[in-house]
Ligand binder design. Structure first.
Ligand SMILES: Cc1ncc(COP(=O)(O)O)c(C=O)c1O
Length: 426
């Protein structure tokens, strides 16, 4: 048997690692052209400039809503902003509890606090997305919304989640930050919930460095999203007119998207299909070559066809095996990692959200945890409150699947996994 690289043997992968910036690495002439057009026109603000031009942001919204089949799209400056606006739009605020998965980027949880509601942390299952059975257990009369996060590119169990939310009269917000373009049973992610929230931060599939989008099919929610993200100022047909219906105008914030971001995103949006098909091809190529391995279990999918394929994740049977396995892969030249290790901070796992665990709030009175509108038992947090989540995450081996991998890269990655597994997982 070939000597492992960690023991001084030859590396399985000899090509350089490709960083995981799928859209970012493709930035080129079309992005430059779009941005230069905005600059040449001196039309940097969506609603006006020295001369009138069609807005890039409006064009992006139009394309997004058409392509992702949603009635309304609203561009914002981040997914966190999209989540906060969505929470406000659905009426989650003081007194509300919002259920979020214990495995997501911390922003999904921070958005709840920013909206003055209390996050309730929920288990994920072996799909690494929110566990519908645990959602049901966590619902009480304070529950206003669930944030379903399509984590690491793959969909939540949307049949079960939409059913639960409908039955219990709870709003559903989808966090599609990591799964733009993904689908569940043929329907695009972001179109199941009351709203769907996207990120264009630099690490995401398509990117402008920062940026976000909200989708909804509900006109009232769209009005509320519009009002909140734009201090209720610019969007109405008559900017200075009286409210057209009760509650139409309320104070919001400024989460607007700039025309420069809109320009980059127009070019990036055209790249989405190409990026998805490359990542899917690469992932399949690696997976096909390692699927005969007996001692690993692949992450389960709610709908593998709709997976965006940004990551390849499998479980080992014991968490103690992950560190040596990953170190051996790294020595082989493969950019792999574990997901949860108590000693390694990571903002994607609830047990590391110290400021949530300790209920640290920006102001002294402790809002939202001390809110008098919250009835019944206060929400409590403990690092071991979601044992199933920690078990799956601590047994996970994770690999990014960049769109820019060559077939040769994929074959070498598969070869390295087979080699290391052949030695360490017997
Ligand atoms: C699952 C998830 N939700 C929300 C966010 C927040 O996105 P943004 O940085 O655009 O606010 C991220 C970004 O990393 C994310 O991964």
């Amino acid at each position: 048997m070939e000597k492992l690289a960690i023991e001084g043997g030859p590396k399985a992968k000899t090509t350089p690692n490709v960083p995981m910036y799928p859209g970012g690495l493709e930035i080129g002439e079309t992005e430059k052209r779009e941005v230069m057009e905005v600059l040449d026109r001196k039309y940097l603000f969506r609603y006006y400039g020295p001369k009138e031009y069609p807005s890039k942001v409006t064009e992006l919204e139009k394309r997004f809503s058409e392509r992702l089949t949603s009635k309304y799209a609203l561009a914002v400056n981040s997914c966190t902003s999209a989540l906060i606006s969505s929470l406000v739009a659905v009426g989650a605020g003081p007194g509300s509890e919002v259920i979020v998965p214990g495995y997501t980027f911390f922003a999904s949880c921070a958005a709840v606090i920013a909206a003055k509601a209390v996050p309730v942390i929920c288990e994920v299952d072996d799909t690494l997305t929110i566990d519908p059975t645990d959602i049901e257990k966590k619902i009480n009369k304070n529950t206003k919304a669930v944030i379903a996060v399509h984590m690491r590119g793959a969909s939540c169990d949307m049949d079960s989640i939409t059913k639960i939310c409908k039955k219990r009269g709870i709003k559903l917000i989808e966090d599609v930050a990591q799964a733009c373009g993904g689908s569940y049973k043929g329907k695009k992610l972001g179109t199941f919930g009351d709203t769907g929230c996207f990120s264009f931060q630099y690490h995401k599939i398509i990117t402008a460095g920062e940026g976000g989008m909200c989708l909804t099919d509900n006109k009232r929610l769209y009005d509320r999203l519009m009002a909140y993200h734009d201090t209720a100022a610019c969007w109405r047909p008559d900017r200075f007119g009286m409210p057209r219906y009760e509650g139409e105008i309320f104070c919001g914030v400024n989460f607007r998207m700039s025309e420069l971001t809109g320009a980059v995103m127009l070019a990036q949006f055209n790249r989405l299909d190409g990026l998805l098909s490359k990542m899917r091809k690469n992932k399949k190529r690696i997976k096909d070559r390692i699927k005969r391995l007996k001692n690993i279990i692949f992450r389960r999918f709610n709908d593998e066809k709709g997976d965006t394929a940004i990551s390849l994740i499998f479980y080992l049977d014991h968490k103690e095996k992950v560190k040596p396995f990953v170190e051996a892969l790294k020595a082989e030249g493969i950019d792999a990692g574990g997901i949860f290790d108590k000693s390694i901070p990571d903002w994607h796992i609830y047990a590391h959200w110290k400021h949530i665990m300790d209920k640290v709030t920006p102001t002294e009175e402790g809002c939202p945890y001390t809110c008098s509108y919250h009835k019944g038992k206060p929400v409590e947090y403990r690092e071991d409150m979601c044992p199933k989540t920690l078990d799956y995450l601590s047994r996970s081996v994770h690999l990014d699947v960049p769109a820019q991998l060559t077939d040769e890269d994929c074959d070498m990655i598969a070869k390295g996994i087979l080699k290391v597994a052949g030695r360490l997982l017997q």
